[in-house]
Design a protein. Structure first.
Length: 148
């Protein structure tokens, strides 16, 4: 299994965390000095896709149906929403099974432990200020690399 990207969106639809496990040149060619702009654009596109698909699923299936994942010819997107309206998104290769439990594990074992329980961590990430927690980042990287 290959993991490409991981995103966390807050309840204000801001991308507060993004991580890629492939070099930017492997996903698509980018001109010099545009990696942060490209990452920001990618996060906006991912959130827009999720927002649209969730609305479509709710209109077609009712409020009881939940959007979990979708697959294209090149990747599979996995989605998990927490009770606090945080949205965890994982992009993997198409052959991977459902990663909903993995996203739940990231939320419970990493996010809650290292970010929520950290008294120095901000509760809100206004203006796109992302999560800057070294323990969370190291734990996430180790957890994801253990899956690959």
């Amino acid at each position: 299994m290959t993991v490409y990207n991981f995103y966390i969106f807050d309840r204000h639809t801001e991308c507060i965390y993004a991580k890629s496990w492939l070099p930017p040149s492997a996903s698509r060619p980018a001109p010099a000095n545009t990696t942060s702009v490209a990452a920001s654009d990618d996060a906006k596109l991912v959130f827009g896709t999720i927002f649209s698909l969730r609305n479509m699923v709710r209109k077609l299936g009712g409020d009881d149906d939940a959007f979990i994942s979708y697959r294209t010819a090149h990747y599979k997107l996995h989605f998990y929403e927490t009770p606090a309206n945080l949205r965890f998104v994982l992009l993997t290769d198409t052959a991977s099974a459902s990663m909903r439990n993995v996203l739940h594990q990231i939320y419970i074992n990493l996010w809650v432990e290292y970010v929520v329980k950290n008294p120095l961590a901000p509760v809100e990430h206004k203006g796109g200020d992302g999560v800057q927690n070294e323990l969370f980042e190291l734990g996430l990287d180790q957890f994801i690399r253990g899956l690959m």
